[in-house]
Design a binder for this molecule. Structure first.
Ligand code: URA
Length: 211
């Protein structure tokens, strides 16, 4: 089974992504752009949410109108720390979502993902998960996060990022072909340190002004 990849190529997303890539874009603009893009990503990622028709009263008449099905509960799982940059915008669009966090860091010599934090809301077995991390680079963190999340038996999982590498997509879908990936772009590849090229640098550092 080959996993599904959706590229969100909306012109607004692509324009804002280009601004984020530019080295002269400062922290405050980078953060704002990521938040704006995350709302546009959330819009696309939630396109298949089921609707239920409810009888409502307008000022003029009674009618049946679509509303989100209340029994589909969503959890946004942020992979720390850069995932936080996608979280806030998504929560503005999906305010009823609960939030989980997974802390993973890349061991610098091996690039293997090491878990240091894991906290989820209750009843994950009745919830749809959106796992968010701006950069799908080697895929090690994404695979490790989804490995852990599958242990909690959620209803569904989608992985949402800003930039992906071909290697990261391949690695992720080797392990989790059932989890669709949503990304704004697929770049050329990885450099020897596991950074996405041409990329945008270290998303966490650019988001928080660290080095
Ligand atoms: N993480 C980042 O923040 N940037 C990359 O290019 C790869 C991983």
């Amino acid at each position: 089974m080959v996993g599904k990849v959706t590229i969100i190529d909306h012109p607004l997303v692509q324009h804002k992504l280009t601004l984020m890539r530019q080295v002269e874009t400062h922290t405050q603009d980078f953060r704002r752009l990521l938040k704006e893009i995350s709302m546009l990503l959330a819009y696309e990622v939630t396109r298949d949410l089921p609707l239920k028709y409810e009888v409502i009263q307008t000022p003029l008449t009674t009618t049946k109108a679509p509303m989100l099905a209340a029994d589909r509960k969503m959890v946004i799982v942020s992979i720390l720390r850069a995932g936080q940059g996608l979280l806030d915008g998504m929560l503005e669009l999906i305010p009823t979502a609960k939030v989980g966090h997974i802390g993973l860091y890349r061991e610098p010599s091996t690039l293997v993902a090491v878990e240091y934090y894991f906290k989820l809301p209750e009843e994950i077995d009745q919830r749809d998960l959106l796992v968010v991390d701006p950069m799908l680079a080697t895929g090690n963190s994404a695979v490790a996060a989804v490995d852990r999340l599958k242990e909690t038996h959620p209803t569904s999982i989608k992985f949402v990022c800003l930039l992906a590498s071909p290697e990261g997509i391949e690695h992720f879908h080797e392990q989790h072909p059932d989890v669709p990936i949503y990304t704004a772009a697929i770049d050329e590849g990885l450099d020897e340190h596991g950074y996405i090229m041409p990329g945008l640098g270290d998303a966490g550092d650019r988001l928080y002004g660290t080095k």
